[in-house]
Design a protein. Structure first.
Length: 150
């Protein structure tokens, strides 16, 4: 299993404490990354977002098809699709899942308390009950909020 630091480094684009070469040599096993998108597959914003995500992974030494497999599901804003696709993503046994919105995160948390989930663009994860606090999210979810509180 990947540790929280590796998950945040992998998905957040921050530099982990281990050099890239060491991380790449740790395991020859193909890592599985699930992605639950709130947009439709043909949405230009969603495509741009995924391209940036893949480029960030590549900068960290993770390439789809080489040492990582990215399984993407598109919910197109449909509540029922979020639930079905979240359950489907869990069946592929990902090492980590990226949730692109609050509804995606909520659906994923309903089907798994074990797989690490990194969320992005979630307005109020504490208020929604997804995490205990921003400093210590608890459970299996961590991520980035949609706004800075000031």
């Amino acid at each position: 299993m990947m540790r929280r630091r590796e998950v945040i480094s992998l998905l957040g684009g921050t530099v982990a404490t281990w050099p890239l070469a060491v991380r790449a040599q740790q395991s020859e096993r193909m890592r599985r990354i699930g992605v639950l998108m709130s947009l439709a597959a043909d949405d230009p914003e969603g495509q741009a977002w995924l391209l940036a995500f893949a480029q960030g992974l590549q900068q960290l030494g993770w390439t789809d098809g080489r040492n990582a497999r990215i399984d993407i599901r598109w919910a197109a804003g449909d509540t029922e699709r979020f639930r079905a696709l979240a359950a489907e993503l869990i069946t592929v046994r990902p090492d980590v899942i990226l949730a692109s919105s609050g509804p995606a995160l909520g659906a994923l948390l309903r089907v798994s308390r074990a797989v690490p989930i990194v969320f992005a663009r979630v307005a109020d994860p504490v208020g929604a009950g997804y995490v205990e606090s921003l400093a210590r999210p608890g459970r299996n979810a961590t991520g980035f909020i949609a706004y800075e509180y000031g």
